[in-house]
Design a binder for this molecule. Structure first.
Ligand SMILES: C[S@@+](CC[C@H](N)C(=O)[O-])C[C@H]1O[C@@H](n2cnc3c(N)ncnc32)[C@H](O)[C@@H]1O
Length: 890
């Protein structure tokens, strides 16, 4: 039998009412009484216990009652707890804040929210409620998140919330999928020195949608720093965030950490990590992960197989995908998703017949299977088969969905059938499958590629009616057409400048790793800075085009470049700040910040200062920024090589003035550098990304060079055949700077030659031919005989790594020894594209070491094809620097 001292002190300890330093004797007694009391206070025996306590005179003080109410609440006996509370009052004892708190906790445990609320109201006449009381009332109301949040608000008016009340409020925000508020409260709690527990942090992480992976990872960091107990759920959430961010290494590391912590990752986190690897073409790692799970587990889940099949598909390993599918079949694990993964994998490798075969064997068929097959038809450009699939699908009871139609439309687009694409749009609307951004993007692309750009514009209007916001690529495409046809592009520019619609690519790239810049990540309510904040300037290209066209000789546009002496520096008045904050993680944040830096810190008309500001910005984001972002400009020694090379081109030949062509304007840095090096020479710069176009034009305008540099919107393959016409038909380029994707260099160069764009003796400079590389271009230019070709090695801008530039001077009498490149260089070209994708894609998962290894690989394979360095301009080999332009003068 328990003595009074035993049970009351035990309850006091449980409820936190124990005196801070109880005498030794009582502490021992309390420990002994605790288990006894718990044993007795089962729901079933509660009335007897209460009776005994009463009879033995152990219920005297408010503390006695409070402890009893708490114990009853713990065993979910809210009715007995209420009776005890009333007895306490009947005996004239004041329940006090603890008494009210313990009863409301008892109510909370049984979700008696109305009673809890009523109690809170009653308490206001007697006591000043505290955070614990509010917490227990909030807990009682947990199923009604609005009520919880309004209680939390009410409480904050006079009471400092504790971690428990923060936790309940945060969980309510998560229920409402209001991650912003949840995150805000979590940070408020942390700022007040409160320590959130693992459940609270991981619930906020889970509430974040995939595009907010950076925030999720930041919270994961908090976990680490606060040494909170990470559980399987928080690990899984973090792995999912990594997968969204394409941070496959992180995902794999976390999976390993889960193993080390004995958290026994189940199928879900493992399959997410496998998919994360597959997505970025790391299919070997994905398969390795899959194999390691296969070895360690007796049975594998379908979800693991599906992600492995998918990853094989991404890597073009369709045979491996088929093998895995067969295994899956043997283990009776094939589901609809399994079929879909296999058909998609076959589609990625253009194995359309096999994909149709797989669909044939699928029983029962569903719309996902048909959709995957339509995707395979799109990859193989088999639009009639896609239509046949639609017929097949309609012949069943199934209804085609948006995904199915998108694949069928993409098949039509890839086959150049714009009318079929438009007809499919009509059909899908008639069948109430909602078109989305991807649907319209494919149809507009189909129309534009068949010179039906006006229909493209109508479709864009249609999109707006459907309340869909066109993606950046589509806007860029239409912008380019309007620019070329002299149509008004204001609607499209407005679309681009609009923070909601513009600046998101079709693939919705996730925010950059810069998001991990903590302070900014959390400030969701900041005003959005967008291209609009910088007031996109009107088109200047057509203006220069007209002016150039109106002159007998192209180039030599007067421009607005001030005659600057070497030592000239305009006074630097303090420039008003826009007050606009570019949020980390918003699309194009880095480029918008660059523009902001230029506009706010450099006086107008000072292109030298603009270039310096851009370079120092480049240093800052790479060296000092947390995210170590690389600004992809031809800065540092590359500028020197470029400007000295282009200066040697035939830009002045008797009466003739030639222009300079650049492919890849980006933010206008290298075109500004070239304008400075070649005063009075006209420069045409092509840029495929419309946001980069807007930024580059603003930089050029700010530098006073808009009369000198034209930035044209569009892809080089579309613009090169048009550019001569835009300048009146007799334009020649005396120098070219190619700074687009390395695997396009050969094709673009051939186009320039076939369109007669190059003046004899033209200088062609190509950047990044080692990192990530342009193996086919290098092979052809070094072996073709039509150019004096040099390959120079130098330091990459703001990076401790080597890169090569290719500097070529067209021979006046050009022998053509064109030989086809070795097979391995075609393979290497694919690998360079893959590397580039990884490097510029979200998450940028290429380390310096990997770059170094890859560059060495490129060097070795080029050397095997007899393509080697001819000039070494790295600091340690400066002896060759002066030789740089020897080839050109020969
Ligand atoms: C490395 S950045 C150019 C940097 C710039 N030349 C400088 O040094 O300041 C490459 C740019 O080329 C653009 N681009 C890539 N492929 C292109 C293409 N085929 N046609 C036009 N622009 C392209 C990209 O959007 C990007 O802005």
């Amino acid at each position: 039998m328990l003595g009074y001292g035993d049970w009351t002190s035990t309850l006091q300890a449980r409820t936190g009412l124990a005196k801070k330093n109880p005498p030794r004797r009582i502490r021992g007694a309390r420990a002994a009484g605790k288990s006894e009391l718990l044993k007795q206070l089962q729901a079933r025996t509660a009335p007897d216990t209460v009776k005994q306590l009463r009879e033995k005179g152990h219920l005297k003080s408010p503390q006695d009652f409070t402890a009893l109410i708490t114990a009853l609440g713990n065993v979910f006996e809210w009715r007995h707890a209420l009776a005890a509370f009333e007895e306490m009052r009947d005996r004239g004892l004041q329940p006090g804040v603890f008494g009210y708190g313990s009863l409301s906790r008892a109510f909370g445990r049984r979700r008696q929210w109305e009673r809890a609320l009523q109690l809170l109201e009653e308490s206001k006449d007697e006591i000043t409620a505290d955070a614990a009381l509010y917490s227990s009332v909030m807990k009682a109301c947990e199923e009604d998140s609005d009520r919880v949040l309004s209680l939390f608000k009410e409480m904050q008016q006079g009471i400092e919330p504790d971690m428990q009340s923060f936790g309940i409020a945060i969980s309510s925000c998560c229920q409402q999928q209001n991650w912003q508020q949840a995150l805000g409260l979590l940070l408020q709690a942390r700022d007040r020195g409160l320590q959130p527990n693992a459940i609270t942090v991981s619930s906020v992480m889970k509430s974040l949608t995939p595009e907010h992976w950076a925030r999720a990872l930041l919270l994961w960091q908090d976990f680490g720093e606060a040494e909170l107990q990470k559980d399987a759920i928080s690990f899984t959430t973090a792995i999912q965030a990594c997968a969204s961010a394409k941070l496959w290494r992180f995902a794999v590391n976390l999976l390993e950490e889960m193993h080390r912590e004995d958290l026994n990752p189940g199928a879900i986190p493992t399959s997410v990590a496998i998919s994360a690897c597959g997505q970025v073409n790391e299919w070997e790692v994905a398969l390795e992960l899959f194999r390691s799970v296969r070895e360690s587990r007796e049975a594998l889940d379908a979800v693991l197989y599906n992600s492995a099949v998918q990853s094989c598909g991404e890597g073009g390993k369709w045979q491996a995908a088929v093998r895995l599918f067969e295994e899956m079949k043997e283990a009776s694990l094939v589901s609809e998703k399994g079929f879909s993964a296999l058909i998609t994998a076959l589609g990625k490798s253009k194995k359309w017949q096999k994909a149709l075969g797989a669909l044939e064997s699928m029983e029962p068929k569903n719309v996902i299977g048909f959709g995957s097959a339509a995707f395979a038809m799109s990859m193989a450009k088999k639009w009639p088969h896609a239509l046949a699939l639609l017929q097949g699908l309609l012949a069943t009871d199934l209804q085609p969905d948006t995904i199915f139609y998108n694949s069928a439309i993409s098949a039509a687009e890839r086959s150049g059938k714009w009318k079929v694409a438009v007809a499919l749009l009509e059909d899908m609307k008639a069948r109430e499958a909602a078109p989305d951004v991807e649907t319209y993007a494919a149809i507009i692309q189909a129309c534009v590629s068949k010179k039906k750009w006006q229909i493209g514009l109508l479709l864009m209007d249609d999109m707006l009616v459907e309340q869909l916001e066109p993606d950046t690529q589509t806007l860029g495409l239409l912008l380019s057409e309007c620019e070329q046809h002299g149509a008004s592009e204001s609607g499209i520019l407005k679309g681009l400048a609009d923070g909601k619609s513009g600046a998101r690519s079709r693939k919705q790239p996730v925010p950059e790793a810069e998001d991990l810049d903590e302070e900014e990540v959390y400030e969701e309510e900041e005003p959005r800075a967008t291209a609009a904040g910088f007031k996109p300037i009107p088109m200047t290209s057509s203006m220069n085009a007209r002016r150039v066209k109106g002159r007998a000789v192209p180039g030599h546009t007067p421009g607005q470049l001030k005659p600057l002496g070497d030592d000239f520096r305009p006074p630097a008045p303090r420039r008003p700040r826009s007050g606009i904050r570019v949020r980390a993680g918003q699309p194009y944040a880095k480029e918008l910040r660059l523009l902001q830096r230029v506009v706010e810190e450099v006086p107008p008309g000072d292109p030298v200062a603009i270039c310096e500001a851009i370079e120092s910005f480049g240093d800052e984001v790479l060296v000092r920024g947390k995210a170590k972002l690389w600004l992809k400009i031809a800065g540092g020694i590359k500028t020197e090589v470029l400007t000295r090379a282009v200066r040697g081109g035939p830009l002045t030949c008797g009466d003739l003035q030639c222009s300079v062509l650049e492919v890849g304007a980006y933010c206008g840095y290298s075109s500004t550098r070239m304008a400075l090096a070649l005063p009075g020479v006209h420069i045409a710069s092509l840029e495929v990304d419309p946001v980069h176009v807007v930024i580059a034009r603003n930089v050029v305008l700010h530098g006073g060079l808009s009369g000198t540099i034209d930035v044209w919107t569009g892809h080089s393959k579309d613009l090169l055949p048009r550019i001569m016409h835009r300048y009146g038909g007799d334009l020649k380029f005396g120098a070219v700077f190619m700074d687009q994707k390395g695997t396009r260099y050969s094709e673009d160069m051939m186009k320039m030659e076939s369109e007669g764009l190059l003046h004899p003796g033209a200088v062609v400079v190509a950047d990044n031919v080692l990192k990530p590389g342009a193996p086919l271009f290098l092979y052809q230019i070094m072996n073709g005989g039509r150019y004096h070709a040099q390959i120079a090695s130098m330091d990459e801008f703001a990076m401790p790594s080597e890169d090569w530039m290719s500097i070529n001077v067209q021979r006046r009498e050009a022998p053509d020894n064109e030989t086809d490149a070795p097979e391995d260089l075609y393979q290497l070209a694919k690998e360079t594209d893959r590397m580039r994708e990884r490097a510029v894609g979200p998450g940028r998962s290429v380390t310096y070491e990997e770059w170094g290894e890859f560059a060495q690989e490129v060097k070795n394979r080029l050397a095997a094809a007899n393509v080697t360095l001819t000039l070494d301009l790295r600091p340690e080999s400066s002896r060759q620097r002066d030789d740089l332009f020897g080839a050109k003068s020969r």
